[in-house]
Design a protein around this ligand. Structure first.
Ligand code: ZN
Ligand code: ZN
Length: 83
């Protein structure tokens, strides 16, 4: 390994060049191993319409789509309201 670096999430030592820069909070980016990066991606709440990450659920609106509750960002909600 050129630059063995422990993943800050799981502690696994990985090659730094293989790690993925992942935004875990708004404007907080860390390098995670690919497994943790994938999990972090999945855990994020995303806008149902545009897939933008919803960092603060207070900024999102719950709507019904396909018979289930989903969250949409403010921009998409305004857009849907206009239709
Ligand atoms: Zn990891
Ligand atoms: Zn959206």
């Amino acid at each position: 390994m050129d630059m063995p670096t422990p993943c800050p999430h799981c502690g696994e030592v990985c090659e730094f060049n293989d790690m993925i820069e992942t935004e875990i909070e708004l404007n907080v980016e860390v390098f995670l191993c690919d497994e943790c990066a994938e999990n972090a991606e999945e855990e994020k709440t995303k806008c149902f319409e545009c897939s933008e990450v919803i960092w603060d659920e207070d900024d999102a609106t719950k709507i019904k789509a396909d018979g289930r509750d989903v969250l949409v960002c403010e921009i998409c909600f305004d857009f849907l309201e206009e239709e």
